[in-house]
Design a protein around this ligand. Structure first.
Ligand code: NAP
Length: 413
């Protein structure tokens, strides 16, 4: 009987593709089956709200790997295939038509899906979500014959789509219930910074505004707000957050708590089943608690650790959360977790949109965001991981190079 092992990856997004790549890179010679519900081979999502949405890059540019990669590495990519269930006792995934696929190790890389807006009129024509490539194609096509876009939700999708739509010449209104856009991610002051950036670029940013109804005769024509206000439009984009896709895991008896619960090595509560990407709520060695990150870099980097664990090698995912965003002429990178911050310190010039913001807790840097300032992420990361107290005056002073602060902050060896 053959000894050849089979490792199955459910979810052919960035995390799934990177896991398949990593299994081969780690020397696994058995069978790899990469199953995805979409018709597409794995692609990257960041361009879908940015240059791809604006029609500035070709479709071929968004894919994680060329088609030949899967053939060359003997990875069985099965697109347009939905996993119906996981039979953990038999160690099999159940596909449509009752086909059963045995596995030795299973990786859940099922990602997340958009929260739906539940209001009257939510099923009118002209209401879009943006999660996958098909959504981006549909939104791009709608841009070409629309004039007035309302973006519901001033989060990352809302902010990036609003910027792209303005760049294409649409009139844009953002409707966001919080006091400032991006408040949950960045807090008042930096959420306010992004609000001002959008206003300066001609967006009507309505904060403290709750959409209660979408109006129109067949096709959306306006968004009604709780305060009675009405915003006319011919296109709506809803970006009100995502929910981790945990149904398969839950039905299989895998522990789920705001995502699939995983160890620092990304193994779930069921031995032999692993999780990575948006869906994984993994124990984080630096934070000493579980962390679930809904950003590209996590889907890019976690799978290498998952693959090592799947092959029985000791591994631990300890990277700090990181993401980036490009809006108009403002690029930024963010590293760390600002939860629990008690102080915000700026280095540089907010008005010139060229600065680094540091979130501190008890005198220690816990997160940083560089805006139109580059090549500083490693230093910011080092300040965070040092856990050392920093001198706020020195942090503010752009004349003191960051690496100097890092070496002063470094804990004694
Ligand atoms: P998000 O960043 O979590 O933002 C959702 C926004 O919608 C929040 O501002 C939220 O306000 C608001 N909201 C919630 N319910 C609402 C309602 N009923 N009406 C109007 N607004 C409502 O989620 P997203 O923008 O949909 O993005 C989806 C996922 O993709 C996220 O995980 C995000 O991190 C990721 N993404 C990342 C990037 C990047 O890294 N550059 C870019 C695009 C997308 P409250 O916070 O006040 O609830």
């Amino acid at each position: 009987m053959s000894e050849r092992k089979t490792h199955v990856i459910v979810g052919a997004g960035m995390a799934g593709a990177k896991a398949a790549e990593a299994l081969r890179a780690e020397g696994f010679e058995g069978r790899i089956v990469l199953i995805g519900a979409e018709q597409e081979r794995p692609y990257e999502r960041p361009p879908l709200s940015k240059d791809y949405l604006r029609g500035e890059v070709d479709r071929e540019k968004v894919y994680v790997h060329p088609q030949s990669f899967y053939v060359d590495h003997d990875i069985e990519l099965r697109p347009a295939t939905r996993v119906q269930a996981i039979d953990r006792r038999a160690q099999e995934v159940v596909l449509r038509g009752r086909e059963r696929l045995p596995f030795d190790r299973l990786l859940l890389a099922t990602g997340a899906e958009p929260r739906r807006l539940v209001v009257d009129g939510a099923d009118l024509e002209g209401i879009h979500y943006l999660r996958d490539l098909a959504d981006a194609n549909a939104l791009r096509a709608a841009f070409l014959h629309s004039r007035r876009l309302v973006v519901i939700g001033g989060g990352w999708i809302g902010a990036e789509v609003a910027a792209s739509a303005r760049q294409l010449g649409l009139e844009v209104t953002i409707v966001e219930p919080a006091e400032v856009m991006l408040e949950r991610a960045l807090g008042r002051e930096l959420g306010g910074f992004y609000g001002e950036l959008h206003r300066a670029n001609g967006v009507d940013v309505r904060t403290g505004a709750m959409p209660v109804r979408l109006e129109g005769d067949g096709r959306v024509a306006a968004v009604r707000l709780q305060d009675g206000g009405r915003v006319e439009c011919d296109l709506v984009l809803v970006g009100i957050g995502v929910l981790p896709r945990t149904a398969l895991a839950e039905a299989a008896g895998v522990l789920v708590e705001n995502g699939v619960v995983a160890t620092r090595g990304l193994e779930t509560s069921v031995p032999g089943i692993f999780a990575a990407g948006d869906v994984a709520s993994a124990q984080h060695p630096f934070y000493n608690r579980r962390v679930r990150v809904e950003h590209w870099a996590n889907a890019l980097n976690q799978p290498a650790v998952a693959a090592q664990s799947m092959l029985g090698k000791p591994a631990s995912y300890d990277r700090l959360p990181y993401f980036f965003s490009d809006q108009y002429d403002v690029g930024m990178e963010f590293v760390g977790d600002p939860t629990g911050s008690d102080e915000l310190v700026f280095r540089g010039d907010l008005a010139q949109r060229e600065f680094i913001a540091f979130w501190l807790s008890h005198g220690r840097v816990i997160a940083g965001m560089n805006v139109n300032v580059w090549d500083v992420v490693d230093d910011v990361r080092a300040l965070i991981t040092s856990r050392a107290g920093v001198d706020c005056e020195a942090l503010r002073d752009s004349d003191i190079p960051l690496p100097q602060l890092v070496s002063e902050a470094a804990p004694a060896a």
